[in-house]
Ligand binder design. Structure first.
Ligand code: FAD
Ligand code: NAI
Length: 500
């Protein structure tokens, strides 16, 4: 077939310190297309990298196999889970909290089908929005499974049955992560479900057993508990919310227990056996002091014990790309893999599996390819658990500072002493500051409370700018706002808070 060459770029780019003239051409051939950059995976890492590359004038293609953009995050992660958390929080508020505010609502009820439709509508709106953004930035979007067939070639088995070959100066692997299970526990997405199944249950289970007291377990456990499921979380270690500050995790657990979620910590799941009559039996064994040995009956079992990097059918192993023991693509500085033309970002590489971390890396890797300047500050990546109250943190925990032998000061302030929290009748939680004992530089900020996920942004910026707790304490905060508790906790770190 004849191909018409269209000159689309003739620019100067700095790669690895040397100036290289790059000329690339896009062809109209249905089988081979040449690009500056091919990105595999249309999740937050991949699509953001695509947009940035388009903005910087590169000819770029994003390949995504699920037929929809937005990746795990938009389709079966952040977005659907937050939609369900929002709907169920409102339901619970109307049922249990409105009366104390003087609002009478009789017969508060929910329609699970309608909640699921609202969730799906939110997802579809966002995924098609991402498609619009790619178009706007002149990014080619190919629907299909990509396999790396050479250092600069990618073969795409398109969803329409045809195959396309892409040739690129550089390739970015942004294939994200996948659900995983325990040995001998088979997920059927009906009785034994992953997070994906738990986002679409057709009925509220009477008894839900959650294996894993991490972020997914606590968020989706909250969703179904609010709708009436007797929810029990089995956690292997002696604490929930791995990664959070220890004091925060303890107090957060107590709050969730008040919401009728049960916890068995120091407990290992040894088997999950499906019953013919429906449901499953979960066999557990104590591994810690407070652990449980025995059996638990469940109508639905949610397995959320972490996720695995996704390199299925990618051709990365065949090409000899370096992988670590966990199956992540090993990258050096600037996200470069062991094959110089191939880069990797997001859940498929080291670091926290978070959408905003993947996005930051997407921008940084493209800026690096463009002019060698890309950078991510991994000390200032916030974490948020979107329960009610929310839990949010940035920087180091008290345990980490102790382990590292850092001398630090602590400042705490409870929302019980915050006027806006009182007017909102939502006083659970506190703000905790950790700052350097000598310099007062902020080392970590931890918040349990309503809107913690929004409030943490101030502290992320503070850490990014190398601020001290006094910097935040001397910054005027509007009254009455929840963020005044952040200011007060900052004050408590080097002096005394005013309202306590
Ligand atoms: P992904 O989003 O996984 O995207 C990778 C994409 O690549 C996928 O769409 C996949 O289909 C595609 N792909 C894979 N292989 C190929 C191939 N060979 N060819 C073509 N396409 C391919 N993070 C947060 O920050 N906040 C949250 O609130 C949050 N909530 C979550 C809730 C749940 C239930 C789950 C499961 C995760 C949540 N996460 C959250 C984590 C977040 O979803 C991930 O960190 C994020 O999506 C990672 O982005 P990514 O671009 O690296 O990969
Ligand atoms: P996780 O790593 O947060 O938690 C898994 C938990 O399971 C750990 O506490 C672990 O100790 C426990 N566990 C492991 N094996 C076990 C066993 N055999 N028995 C009992 N417990 C066991 O992983 P999770 O919750 O699956 O989430 C996966 C990823 O998704 C996380 O890395 C997270 O960053 C991301 N995510 C982020 C969200 C957010 O930012 N709000 C929301 C949901 C997911």
């Amino acid at each position: 077939m004849n191909s018409i060459l269209i000159k689309c770029a003739n620019r100067t780019s700095i790669i690895k310190g040397s100036v290289t003239n790059i000329r690339y051409f896009t062809t109209s051939s249905s089988t081979t297309v040449k690009k500056d950059l091919v990105i595999i995976g249309g999740g937050p890492g991949g699509y953001v990298a695509g947009i940035k590359a388009g903005q910087l004038g590169m000819s770029v293609a994003v390949v995504e196999k699920r037929g929809k953009l937005g990746g795990t995050c938009s389709n079966v992660g952040c977005i659907p889970s937050k939609a369900l958390l929002n709907a169920t929080h409102k339901y619970e508020e109307a049922k249990t909290r409105f009366p104390s505010l003087g609002i009478r609502v009789d017969n508060v009820d929910f329609d699970l089908d309608a909640i699921m439709k609202y969730k799906d509508k939110t997802v579809n709106g966002l995924t098609s929005g991402v498609e619009g953004l790619l178009k706007k930035n002149k990014v080619d979007y190919l629907k299909g499974h990509a396999t790396i067939t050479g250092t600069n070639t990618v073969s795409v088995a398109q969803l329409d049955g045809t195959t396309k070959t892409l040739e690129a100066k550089n390739i970015i692997i942004a294939t994200g992560s996948e659900i995983t299970s325990l040995p001998n526990v088979t997920i059927d997405e009906e009785t034994i479900v992953s997070s994906t199944g738990a986002l679409s249950l057709r009925a509220v289970p009477k008894r839900l057993v959650v294996i894993g007291g991490g972020v997914i377990g606590l968020e989706l456990g909250s969703v179904w508990s609010r709708l009436g499921a007797q929810t029990t979380v089995i956690e292997f270690t002696d604490r929930i919310a791995a990664g959070a500050d220890g004091e925060v995790a303890k107090k957060f657990q107590r709050i969730l227990e008040k919401q009728h979620i049960k916890f068995h910590l120091g407990t290992k799941v040894t088997a999950v056996t499906k019953r013919e009559s429906g449901g499953a039996t979960v066999s557990v064994q104590a591994v810690g002091e407070s652990g449980l040995t025995g059996e638990l009956e469940a109508d639905v079992v949610l397995v959320c014990v972490g996720r695995r990097p996704n390199t299925d059918g990618l051709g990365a192993k065949e090409l000899g790309l370096g992988m670590d023991k966990a199956g992540r693509v090993i990258i050096g500085e600037n996200f470069q893999s062991s094959v110089p033309s191939i880069y990797a970002i997001g859940d498929v590489v080291r670091g926290p599996m978070l959408a905003h971390k993947a996005e930051e890396e997407g921008i940084a890797v493209v800026e690096h390819l463009h002019n060698g300047t890309g950078h991510v500050n991994y000390s200032a990546i916030p974490s948020v658990i979107y329960t009610h109250p929310e839990v949010a943190w940035v920087g180091r925990t008290e345990e980490e500072l102790e382990q590292q032998g850092v001398q630090y000061r602590v400042g705490n302030f409870p929302f019980l002493a915050n006027s806006r929290a009182k007017t909102n009748a939502s006083t659970e939680g506190f703000v905790k500051f950790l700052s350097d004992a000598t310099t007062d530089r902020i080392l970590g900020v931890h918040i349990v409370g309503d809107c913690a996920g929004e409030m943490i942004a101030e502290s992320v910026l503070a850490i990014e700018y190398g601020a001290s707790s006094e910097d935040i304490a001397r910054t005027c905060h509007a009254h009455p706002t929840l963020s005044e508790a952040v200011k007060e906790a900052a004050m408590a770190t080097y002096g005394k808070p005013i309202h306590m």
